[in-house]
Design a protein around this ligand. Structure first.
Ligand code: VG1
Ligand code: CO
Length: 546
């Protein structure tokens, strides 16, 4: 044993450290329980192959608990014989920048401290995500093994306390562990400069094209200021709420119309800006808005795919695209026209990793405001913003016109997600399991004036490694191509969250200018009647509608 290393014994293992859709996510209070964080980190360090003598990238979204966790990880990594930790000033590292850094440094793995779009602060949430050497979220086989390790852990090793200085770039050491503190923005910005035409975007922004970007007091502030204001010439103040705060200023750093409502009002209710965007806590999500135009994320993926060759990094075309199952089929229609494959994966970015690594896809996305490509192995909020700006710089048309032209060429997938948050867990599972049991009997039944053609619980066989993932959401596929999907969230920390995904396709010859809630109205009432959502949740409307 190295000197300075303490062996701490646990009276009993923590039973609740099962990672969800995107890492272990719990309340900050839970993470402050003695030995709680340490237990999960021990399980990571004991399970991830190559930790001894390896390099770890460590950083987070700046929320309450970030700095403490980095210090704990450094001390535990020293005890486990890790050779090098690469971390960042103030521990600020967005999820996409972490993915890039893991790849650039050929690191063994990354540990990202974030609960993404969940609120932060002492009364908010904290989270720990593990990424592999490809820069992507650990596959389920690895997170299952980490969980199994937590279940039988009887202690952990940790080096004596140190004063870790994260205030400026430099090198420090604990025993034989080297800790390198770098600026977390530089490498990411360099990657963006390789993919996009900065001159053209700068020219666009200099021609009466005011933009508003809302960093929601989360991790993207420093990245957005460097990219949009310093390098692309957007006027100071274009980046709003650009200072990362430990509690995100008390907000909910989730870029949607409900939680980014100030930005939404600016774009939807005034003509002050031509383009608006927001990112979430850890910078992997994006919401894109034009003047009086909301771009739904499923459509955004389809537009990026249809216009990809306008952007230098994608000028050679796309190998394929992928979307998560609940994401609308807008991208499928574009893929078909481009003659490239389109894959449908379970929810969560980890399922895109194998397809990206194997070169089968170039772009991928989720309805939950996540879009990304083969440039890294995470979804990437600012990348999507720059992609849109590059398209706008090439086409010089308003966002609303780009959407209208897209729909008149490919048809429109009316789409909405209704979230019922913080439902009593029993009620949510009761509702869900009841519908699950009904599935076989639903085929052939009428639903919202159509007929249910397929009713199943989505399962996915990975085309690259053959692994099977089941239980990924209840699907009602109707005979006219519309569908309704029910899922229980894997990222919430209070009770359960039910997500209802609604989709209906209108061809180019149909009515392309309806309000989505109206266009989906019959599906909304039919699923409420079938699943007894209002009565069983006791909620007469969803918490969030997107
Ligand atoms: C949600 C989204 C999912 C996304 C996940 C992580 O998961 O639906 O699409 O990948 O969050 O996003 P769930 O299980 O709550 O539906 V993030 O920005 O946490 O990294
Ligand atoms: Co996120």
């Amino acid at each position: 044993m190295t000197s300075g290393v303490q062996q701490i014994r646990l009276d009993q293992p923590f039973s609740d450290q099962k990672p969800g859709t995107s890492g272990l996510r719990k309340s900050s209070r839970q993470f402050e329980t003695p030995h709680y964080l340490e237990s999960f980190i021990e399980a990571i360090l004991c399970t991830v192959p190559g930790v001894q003598g390896g390099t770890l990238v460590v950083g987070g979204d700046g929320r309450y608990g970030n700095r403490r966790a980095i210090a704990v990880i450094a001390r535990m990594a020293a005890a486990h014989g890790v050779a090098r930790i690469v971390t960042t000033t103030a521990g600020i590292l967005s999820t996409p920048a972490a993915s890039n850094l893991i790849r650039q440094r050929q690191a063994t793995a990354g540990i990202i401290l974030s609960a993404s779009h969940n609120p932060g602060g002492p009364d908010g949430d904290f989270g720990v995500k593990v990424n592999g050497a490809n820069g992507g979220p650990a596959p389920e086989s690895l997170t299952d093994a980490i969980y199994a390790c937590t279940q039988q852990l009887d202690g952990y090793q940790i080096h004596d306390a140190i004063d870790l200085n994260l205030d400026a770039p430099g090198e420090q050491s604990i025993g034989s562990l080297q800790i390198e503190v770098i600026d977390g923005v530089d490498d990411y910005v360099a990657l963006m400069q390789k993919l996009f035409d900065f001159d053209q975007i700068r020219d666009l922004l200099s021609h009466n094209f005011p933009i508003a970007f809302d960093a929601m007091h989360a991790v993207t502030g420093p990245y957005a200021k460097r990219l949009l204001e310093e390098l692309l010439g957007a006027p100071a103040g274009s980046v709003r709420n650009g200072e990362p705060l430990e509690d995100f200023g008390g907000g909910h750093p989730d870029p949607n119309l409900t939680y980014a409502h100030e930005l939404a009002e600016l774009l939807m209710g005034s003509d002050a800006y031509r383009f608006g965007a927001a990112c979430d806590g850890d910078g992997d999500r994006n919401m894109v808005l034009g003047n009086r135009c909301f771009v739904n994320p499923s459509d955004s993926l389809a537009v990026l795919a249809a216009n990809a060759t306008l952007v230098p990094g994608y000028a050679a075309g796309l190998a394929g695209v992928a979307r998560s199952m609940p994401t609308s089929a807008a991208a499928d229609v574009v893929a078909k026209e481009l003659g490239i494959p389109c894959f449908e994966t379970p929810t969560g970015w980890k399922f895109f990793g194998n397809l990206l690594d194997a070169g089968r896809i170039t772009l991928c996305g989720e309805e939950s405001f996540g879009t990304g490509s083969n440039h890294i192995r995470e979804k990437d909020g600012l990348w999507a913003v720059l992609f849109w700006l590059n398209i706008l710089a090439k086409r010089r048309e308003p966002v609303a016109q780009i959407m209208a032209e897209h729909w008149s060429r490919f048809g429109r997938h009316y789409y909405s997600r209704h979230d019922y948050e913080a439902i009593a867990s029993d009620a949510a599972h009761g509702l869900y399991n009841r519908v699950k049991e009904m599935l076989p009997a639903l085929v052939g039944q009428s639903f919202a004036g159509r007929t249910i053609a397929t009713a199943d619980d989505f399962a996915y066989t990975d085309p690259v490694d053959g692994s099977l993932t089941s239980g990924q959401g209840l699907r009602l596929l109707l005979d006219d191509g519309s569908r309704v999907v029910l899922r229980l969230s894997g990222t919430g920390t209070q009770g359960a969250t039910l997500r209802v995904y609604l989709e209906s396709y209108v061809p180019p010859s149909g009515d392309l200018n309806q309000d989505p809630q109206a266009a989906l109205g019959d599906l909304i009432s039919a699923i409420d009647a079938l699943a007894e959502i209002k009565t069983r949740t006791g909620m007469n409307k969803p918490t969030v509608i997107t």
